[in-house]
Ligand binder design. Structure first.
Ligand code: DGJ
Length: 687
């Protein structure tokens, strides 16, 4: 028996000959006329010496009991710990438009593999296990997929203030294993993977990609078997299912495929996260320009100072003022008060009302920082409920804090009541929801707990947007994004770092959900000093905001920031709903992207000069994603950033160019020479 599911230019074909079905094809869309039984025949391997007399299937869940020569897709035991290896038999398929469920069972255990095609161009895949008696699950993979036989593995690595580094590994026999065991998707091993074929660049070639929609850590196995077959597995970390049960489900694995380079993957994931995964309170609401006070005042909250800063923020174009950490309990530093979510009357004798009134009088809305999952040992909550924390009593703290056990319904109810009380008392339209420590244990129940709490809060306060922050980008995944609306990509507001980070994160994240702030002149996490123009344009590449003491701005800096902010607001309707395409810059010193409107009618090109180029003059920058037959007017909108040393007749310095899409994509554009820390911004309009 065979089946196929199609989504966004990719086809997934599956077959069974009696056992758990296996994927026989994952790649570029097949014609409707493709004969699936021939495809299944074509997928049959030969045998040779030293092998068993039949090839154990690389099925949707390779079975440990069937001599599979690699990592199994599940590891199960009876409730008493006795290992079991059911020999699954295929039972039935349930088919509906764009959906397929394949059911296999043995010994009272049923495995259902769900596959769904989405209009955003991705597949989602999920494994559900049900048992007739409580059993233990040590490992359960989402539906297992075959990998390309050529090319590289690209996965991600990161750290605090250095998120989203792409790591490229050649395939070789054996395993590439990434396991995030810190209880959150994490800076270290975020749950993303790209299988890039040989020669695949941003704009050309073949790639397949996956992301695991789960915030509690994950395990990824990319394995080349001794016989040469390759498999990809994603699931929760080993041992994260801590209790026996009769129902287990993996998170959804989101799959994208492209024959138009990495940008095809990026386009599918950007659209899917923004248009399917994120549940916007009001999809039509333009993304408001943020002001966040963290790097301006840290814990030092005073009404006159913050009111003054708010006035300046509004004058520069901010539309939402976010009061960060320091407003509750007795929170004068990060050692105390998490858990005590009532306003600190020493700092705010009349509550937050006077500040909020001022902010709203200025025409801005109000956002508030919270970190409800955490508790400081020095807090009233901890003193009252020392047994509410997660993990052992003698655990190592992180940032001086512990984690509340969100599997405990009393904890969730208390947090729901605390946060709801704030949202009822104050007109808050946004919460920056932080999560600043690694968890002491890994347990899926904790992740289900936070999803449940966020879902309840969203249902009770449907107008509130939420940002997922975890010391910057420590919890960025499609699981948390089903409950939140923005991510704080990094605690680095260094525009050079951000340029690279945003570029790599764009393989997965759309501009509309990626927070990016203009930081202080003297960067607080790198010590660098970068020009305001560069800082502002880098923030304008994503969901823009400011995060600095605005009293430090010179007149020129304020004028530049105001101008760039005005540009961002004028264009956000189409940039935030468009697609980011990464360019293949011939010069490694240049990091460039285009944001193309949904209807293809206009684009903006950002070319960031991150360092000094080796050659004397800029190399032409080839555009992408245009209609080769259309004509475009292209203009550099910040010629004032041209440095003193630029003294030639470069056309873009003095006017616009009108060129065909083919010429722009083949020949490219020649930009003026630039100092490191310059962002060229070009607008293009289809004529
Ligand atoms: C970590 C976040 O990433 C920062 O932006 C800030 O909100 C601090 N926490 C506050 O404690």
């Amino acid at each position: 028996m065979q089946w196929r599911v199609d989504a966004g230019g990719q086809t997934l074909a599956l077959a069974t000959s009696g056992g758990i079905p296996e994927v026989i094809y994952w790649g570029a869309a097949l014609p409707a006329s493709e004969d699936l039984s021939q495809l299944a025949d074509a997928a049959r391997h030969d045998l040779t010496g030293g092998m068993l007399d039949a090839l154990p299937a690389l099925s949707l869940s390779p079975e440990p009991g069937r001599a599979f020569p690699g990592q199994p897709g599940h590891l199960l035991a009876e409730a008493d710990g006795a290992p079991m290896s059911p020999a699954f038999v295929f039972e039935r398929a349930e088919e509906a438009a764009g959906r397929l469920a394949l059911v296999s069972s043995a010994d009272g255990i049923t495995l259902t593999h769900h596959i769904a095609a989405h209009p955003t161009g991705v597949f989602t895949l999920q494994t559900v296990l049900t048992a007739s008696r409580p059993i233990r699950v040590a490992w359960l993979a989402a539906p297992v997929l075959p990998a390309l036989q050529t090319g590289d593995i690209i996965d991600l690595h990161g750290k605090w203030t250095g998120e989203f580094h792409l790591i490229r590994t050649r395939w070789s026999p054996g395993i590439r294993l990434r396991e995030a065991r810190t209880g959150r998707s994490g800076h270290e091993h975020p749950p993303y993977l790209i299988l890039a074929d040989d020669g695949c660049t941003n704009t050309r070639g073949t790639a397949l990609a996956l992301q695991y929609a789960w915030s509690g850590g994950h395990r990824m196995v990319a394995e080349e078997l001794p016989d040469g077959r390759r498999q990809i597995q994603f699931g929760a970390p080993v041992g994260a299912e801590t209790a026996p049960g009769t129902h287990f489900a993996t998170a959804e694995l989101i799959a994208a495929g492209s024959t138009t380079g990495l940008n095809g993957i990026a386009a599918a994931f950007q659209h899917d996260l923004r248009d399917r995964v994120v549940q916007w309170p009001d999809p039509a609401r333009p993304r408001p320009v943020h002001y966040n006070c963290w790097e301006a005042v840290y814990f030092r909250h005073t009404l006159p100072e913050l009111a003054d800063i708010a006035t300046r923020a509004a004058a520069l174009g901010a539309e939402r003022f976010v009061l960060d950490d320091g407003w509750f309990g007795r929170r004068d530093d990060d050692t105390t008060s998490l858990g005590d979510w009532t306003v600190d009357r020493r700092k705010w004798p009349d509550g937050l009302h006077p500040l909020i009134r001022h902010i709203r009088d200025l025409g801005m809305t109000f956002g508030l920082w919270v970190e409800p999952e955490m508790v400081n040992p020095d807090s009233d909550l901890f003193r009252a409920h020392p047994d509410w924390m997660l993990g052992p009593r003698d655990q190592i703290t992180g940032r001086g804090q512990m984690v509340l056990d969100l599997a405990n319904p009393m904890v969730r109810d208390t947090l729901f009541a605390q946060v709801s009380a704030i949202l009822r008392e104050y007109p808050v339209d946004y919460m920056k929801w932080d999560h600043n420590r690694l968890l002491p244990i890994v347990d899926t129940a904790q992740t289900h707990g936070i999803y449940d709490l966020l879902a309840r809060l969203r249902a009770a306060h449907p107008g509130v947007e939420i940002e997922s922050c975890a010391s910057g980008g420590g919890r960025i995944d499609a699981g948390i994004l089903a409950h939140t609306h923005r991510v704080w990509l990094s605690d680095s507001n260094d525009a050079l770092e951000r340029l690279r980070m945003q570029h790599d994160a764009a393989l997965f994240l759309p501009a509309a959900i990626t927070g990016s702030h203009v930081g202080p002149r003297h960067c607080h996490t790198s010590g660098r000093i970068l020009p305001m123009s560069f800082r502002a344009w880098v923030a304008a590449q994503r969901h823009m905001g400011f995060e600095m003491d605005l009293r430090e701005l010179t007149g020129d800096e304020a004028a530049t920031l105001k101008k760039v902010t005005a540009w961002w607001k004028t264009n956000r309707d189409w940039t935030m709903s468009g697609t980011i395409h990464r360019l293949d810059a011939a010069d490694p010193a240049v990091t460039a992207e285009m944001q193309i409107a949904r209807d293809g009618g206009r684009f903006v090109l950002f070319a960031g000069q991150a360092e000094t180029s080796r050659q004397i003059l800029p190399r032409p920058l080839r555009l992408t994603g245009l209609d080769p037959a259309a004509r475009y007017a292209v203009a550099l909108i910040n010629p004032e950033d041209v440095p003193r040393q630029s003294r030639g007749p470069n056309a873009l310095k003095s006017g616009s160019l009108t060129l065909g899409g083919q010429a722009l994509m083949t020949l490219g554009l020649l930009l003026p020479v630039a100092w490191p820390g310059t962002m060229w911004v070009m607008e293009g309009v289809r004529l």
